[in-house]
Design a protein around this ligand. Structure first.
Ligand SMILES: Cc1cc2nc3c(=O)[nH]c(=O)nc-3n(C[C@H](O)[C@H](O)[C@H](O)COP(=O)(O)O)c2cc1C
Length: 205
C-alpha cells in the first residue's frame, strides 16, 4: 500500500546552499509520493546585513515566495526534515528561534511520534558538519521524535560519507551544491518518506 504521507522541509539559508539542498529534498519526496511543504524560517538579520552580502541578498530575493514556517507545518507533517547552515559548529539562530516558538505544541505532545531528520552546509570541510547535525538532533529527541539518519544504508553514502545527514561544504562560498551532495539529499529524503510511510500505515487489527 502506497500510504500518502506529509513531509515538511523547514530550513534556514543565508547564501543559498541550504536552499538548494532543501529544494532537492522537496523534489525527491514529491517523486516518492509524499505531499510536501517547503518552508523557510523567518529571517532575523537586519536588512543592511543582508544587502551587504550579494549571495545573501540574491538568496533572499529568490526565496521570497517560499512560505515562512509556522507551528501548523509541524503539526501537519508526518515527517519533518530540517536544514541549517553551520554557525560556529551549531545551528543558525534563525532556525533555533523557530524551534523556540514550538514550546506550546511541544507541551501538548503534538510534536511526538513523527519522523525527524536534518541536513547542513558548512564553509570548510571539517567546520562542524556533525556537531551541527547532532545539535539539531537534541531538539528532535526532546520532541519525542523518531530520528531517521541516513547512516551508511545506501552505497551512495560512502561517497558523501556523513551518516548523520546530508552535508555540503561550500569552500568559503566557492563550491556550489554538487552532485555528491544532491545524491545524499535524495537518499535521505527517500529514506524519510519510506519511514514516514511505515509509521503512517495502519496496522491491521
Ligand atoms: C556567523 C557565521 C558562522 C559560521 N560558522 C561556521 C563554522 O563554524 N564552520 C564552517 O565550516 N562554516 C561556518 N560558516 C559558513 C557557513 O556555514 C557556510 O557558508 C554555509 O554553507 C552557508 O549556508 P547557506 O548558503 O545556506 O547560508 C559560518 C558563517 C557565518 C555567517
Amino acid at each position: 500500500m502506497n500510504t500518502a504521507v506529509k513531509v515538511a522541509i523547514i530550513y534556514y539559508s543565508a547564501t543559498g546552499n541550504i536552499t538548494e539542498i532543501a529544494r532537492e529534498m522537496a523534489d525527491t519526496a514529491e517523486k516518492a509520493g509524499a505531499e510536501v511543504r517547503l518552508r523557510r524560517v523567518a529571517e532575523l538579520a537586519p536588512p543592511e546585513a543582508i544587502a551587504a552580502n550579494p549571495a545573501w541578498a540574491a538568496n533572499a530575493a529568490a526565496t521570497s515566495e517560499v512560505p515562512v514556517a509556522t507551528a501548523d507545518d509541524m503539526l501537519w507533517a508526518d515527517a519533518v526534515i530540517m536544514g541549517s547552515p553551520t554557525r560556529f559548529g551549531n545551528i543558525a539562530s534563525q532556525l533555533k528561534q523557530f524551534l523556540d516558538t514550538l514550546g506550546g505544541v511541544w507541551h501538548q505532545g503534538l510534536l511526538a511520534d513523527k519522523v525527524y531528520s536534518g541536513f547542513t552546509s558548512t564553509g570548510t570541510r571539517h567546520g562542524g558538519h556533525e556537531s551541527t547535525l547532532l545539535a539539531l538532533t537534541h531538539t528532535f529527541h526532546h520532541f519525542g521524535g523518531i530520528v531517521v539518519a541516513p547512516g551508511y544504508t545506501h552505497p551512495g553514502k560512502f561517497e558523501d560519507g556523513n551518516p548523520y545527514g546530508t552535508s555540503h561544504h561550500d569552500g568559503g562560498g566557492t563550491l556550489p551544491v554538487d552532485d555528491t551532495t544532491r545524491a545524499a539529499a535524495r537518499i535521505q529524503a527517500e529514506r524519510v518518506v519510506r519511514f514516514a510511510r511505515a509509521i503512517a500505515t495502519p496496522v491491521a487489527a
